[in-house]
Design a protein around this ligand. Sequence first.
Ligand SMILES: Cc1cc2nc3c(=O)[nH]c(=O)nc-3n(C[C@H](O)[C@H](O)[C@H](O)COP(=O)(O)OP(=O)(O)OC[C@H]3O[C@@H](n4cnc5c(N)ncnc54)[C@H](O)[C@@H]3O)c2cc1C
Length: 317
Amino acid sequence: MKITDHIKKANGKTLFSFELIPPRKGKSIQELYNNIDPLMEFKPPFIDVTTSREEFVYIEKDGLLDKKVTRMRPGTIGICASIKHKYNVDTVPHVLCGGFTKEETEYMLVDCHYLGIHNLMALRGDAMREEQYFKPTPGGHEYALGLVEQVAEMNKGHYLNGMVETSDCSDFCIGVAGYPEKHLEAPSLKTDLKRLIQKVEAGADYVVTQMFFDNKKYFEFVDLVRAEGIDIPIIPGIKPIAVKRHLQLLPQVFKIDLPQELIESVESCKNNADVRQVGIEWAIQQSKELMEGGAPVLHYYSMGKSDNVQAIASALF
Ligand SMILES: Cc1cc2nc3c(=O)[nH]c(=O)nc-3n(C[C@H](O)[C@H](O)[C@H](O)COP(=O)(O)OP(=O)(O)OC[C@H]3O[C@@H](n4cnc5c(N)ncnc54)[C@H](O)[C@@H]3O)c2cc1C
């Protein structure tokens, strides 16, 4: 079922969902299942699985370091299929521009269609770790907009290289990223919003936001989007703070602000177990307010460990 249909069916009730990261190459998928198991009692209608682009690794050979490119967390589509069948839940693979040609993306979309995966998040992806700016992959898309257009075309039976085949069209529900505090590369929130509107006009069906810790930012963002005449669901992304280092890391990586009250609560913690508890309590408060404010779904960034998301969900769902 499409995410948008899940939301319609819920009839105003806020739904619960979360995002998972594939295990590192060579690690067992059982670890993912162990994290999903305790969250299933909260009846997520869908689970997202991220995609990690390729990265540089250095292999020692004859005393010299050989630079190679590899994908450390492959398997997104396979994981989506296995979770879907094991738990009978919809899964949402994240599809990236970075690291994939349009042709490879088309194959991936065909796989999803055959597997009965009807939702996806269309994302640009970040720059490679050692690169300062995002460089489009040769033969790939420069912006998420191009990816949305490719999926929307495929939904009409239009494949790459002018091939048209409408006998068994896909019907993907397309999610895109939105940034209440603007994307880090955007010159202004207004310009970033213009880019989001382009993605919606190209066929995006819903938005999932970057994490934020001050709900005012989300509600203001929703108002700005609505003022542009866009009424698709805007799903807030919530990340529970888990370690003290997040105070530096999250603003640095995502260019987001942390409320002073949260900073002071985390700083006063003696250890990371206390920080995890502060993160849980903050996320519960945030979630309650978002529910009251009519958020269609609360989408949690679990980062592979579900105990804190479980504690939050127990208080809410
Ligand atoms: C909910 C969510 C899930 C995510 N999941 C993943 C994941 O699984 N894997 C991963 O690697 N990353 C993921 N990301 C991170 C995401 O890939 C990065 O934030 C990335 O830098 C931007 O992706 P985007 O899809 O928003 O890009 P875009 O919409 O393409 O925007 C990127 C930047 O380009 C600008 N822009 C857009 N169009 C144009 C144009 N025509 N001309 C000039 N500028 C333009 C935008 O304003 C923005 O600053 C996720 C982010 C979110 C919010």
